[in-house]
Design a protein around this ligand. Sequence first.
Ligand SMILES: *Cc1c(COP(=O)(O)O)cnc(C)c1O
Length: 223
Amino acid sequence: MSELADRLHQVDERIAGAARAAGRDLSDITRIVVTKFQPVSMIRELHGLGVRDFGENRHQEAAEKASEGSGLDLTWHFVGQLQSKKARQALGYARVVHSVDRESLIAALAGEHPVVDCFVQLNLTDDPNRGGVRPDEAPRMAELVAGADGLRLIGVMAVAPLGVDPRRAFARVRETSDRVRAIVPEADRISAGMSGDFWEAVESGATHLRIGTAITGNRPDPA
Ligand SMILES: *Cc1c(COP(=O)(O)O)cnc(C)c1O
């Protein structure tokens, strides 16, 4: 088994273990492999190993990879901050946008195109420059997404802040998800959990895990 196959297998075993421990159905959990900075050759290898859901956080890089991998049946998840002026272009490949966090972006994404699944991103830090809305703003943002043409709100997304117990962070995400679902009942998905905290995320109800280095190995330095 290649090292990549080995790491993928180990992560999937841990996800299955976390789901079992939490009494959750594994089929409710989507494991996205975040391949930012990794070459297309790795995406092909992961595809060969059965991976179909890929995450990228920069438009230019994502567009290039999606174009090179267009013969494969891949689902692209956009997980990074998205500039409004790049939003329409990102819809050329992204079927899911995890980082909706402002009205101008909703307006840029909305339109007559195949329906795009959206998460409202939460900012759990005190730094307003981080992507995401404050949790108390999430219900209003959710309502705007749900009301926009061509967008389907499916839930909330968050990154657990460094130096904080991820269980506490994910509990806040869970609470916010409940408030959003009170307004948009079908938006019941939670995108949370990365290489270092996906076990806790599964315990806390995450349905979409965004896992990079635990599967890909270290990222090459950005050029
Ligand atoms: C890079 C990234 C990930 C994956 O991070 P790892 O720690 O490598 O698993 C997940 N979510 C977002 C938004 C990212 O930018």
